[in-house]
Design a protein around this ligand. Sequence first.
Ligand code: ADP
Ligand code: MG
Length: 378
Amino acid sequence: MTSLTISNLSKSFKARKRVTVIEDLDLHVMDGEMLVLLGPSGCGKTTALRCISGLEVPDRGAIRFDDTTVFDSDSRVNTPPERRSIGMVFQSYALWPHMTVRKNIEYPLRRRGLRSKIAEGWVEEAARLVDCSALLDRYPAQLSGGQQQRVALARGLVARPDVVLFDEPLSNLDTRLRDSVRSQLHELHRSLGFTGVFVTHDQGEAFALGSRMAIMRSGAIDQIGTPQEVYEHPRTEYVADFIGLTNALDVWRDGDIERMFGVRLSGRALLVEGAAKARVRLRPTDIELSPPGTAAADVCSFPAVVVDMTYGGNRLDVMVDIDGHRLHAQIDAGGAGSWQRDLRTGTAVTGRFDPAAARLYGPDGANIPVPLAEGVPA
Ligand SMILES: Nc1ncnc2c1ncn2[C@@H]1O[C@H](COP(=O)(O)OP(=O)(O)O)[C@@H](O)[C@H]1O
Ligand SMILES: [Mg+2]
């Protein structure tokens, strides 16, 4: 069992000009945890994994597995990939097409000089873990996408590496398969207890798999914490947006009242004492819609007009207009005869949300503490 420590890591590439992709990255992955690196495409996730595995040489910084330094720019240590105890699982399964499943899974054992483990049954054991025992003599082209990805998982785990790196391994699977491989991976991690770094741009995967999650933004980490911590207290507006608080609303104080865009926000006050304005972030599921004129004193209410709706079975996605700005509410679809069944483009509604669900950010994108004020604007 191993912890992974990355200190001050930087990596740039020289294309037409030099571009810094990772900048002073610090990251500690605890023994046995699955750390999820979550960030949009291009933010440097793959580059970070390639630096950890030794496939890419960083410009600066250090990487340690427990107390063993595998890379250090100062002391010029750079352990080659095959001598780092790492398993890798990629988005493109990257199986060798000319090799059987058995040979593919064996590959890391051969590469690391662990041939004797083949005779000890490590290949069969890895195949069994991911339900691929029956596939050992097939070729990759004879497997479905889900089977190929399970074989890739077996190959990543077969050498019982200290650290397993996953680079968006579920992205190429269709939704149902993705869910099933995801739960399988979650179980495997729990039973085998390896230290993992799992890269994804999908917040659902991050919440489901992460012991902790780190939200990455252009080569650095904006926030790191347990899924609950990040979900409840996104530290920056960037993080909030990335984890589903997708509605961005400008709220400001106007004399004794508060305004959201141009309209009046009634009921509970939203802005903290002293703050004259804020960017407010809300999840679509935290917004309720009700008939016009149903403002309530214990929540924040505002008038809006329906612009568009899509039916999603048990829920409705409703786009409303507030003074020329769009807000997305995801509401219960309601039963036959319910009010929301009659919503149409142009229907006037009252939007409501609990101020406790709102997250406030300043002009620099940093979180403003949640208001405690019980005050009701006049
Ligand atoms: N070998 C390379 N040469 C030049 N630029 C690269 C190279 N590898 C990655 N990049 C650039 O680095 C940035 C981050 O890439 P990457 O680490 O693949 O991001 P992610 O995995 O988060 O999508 C991108 O802008 C990409 O174009
Ligand atoms: Mg990538």
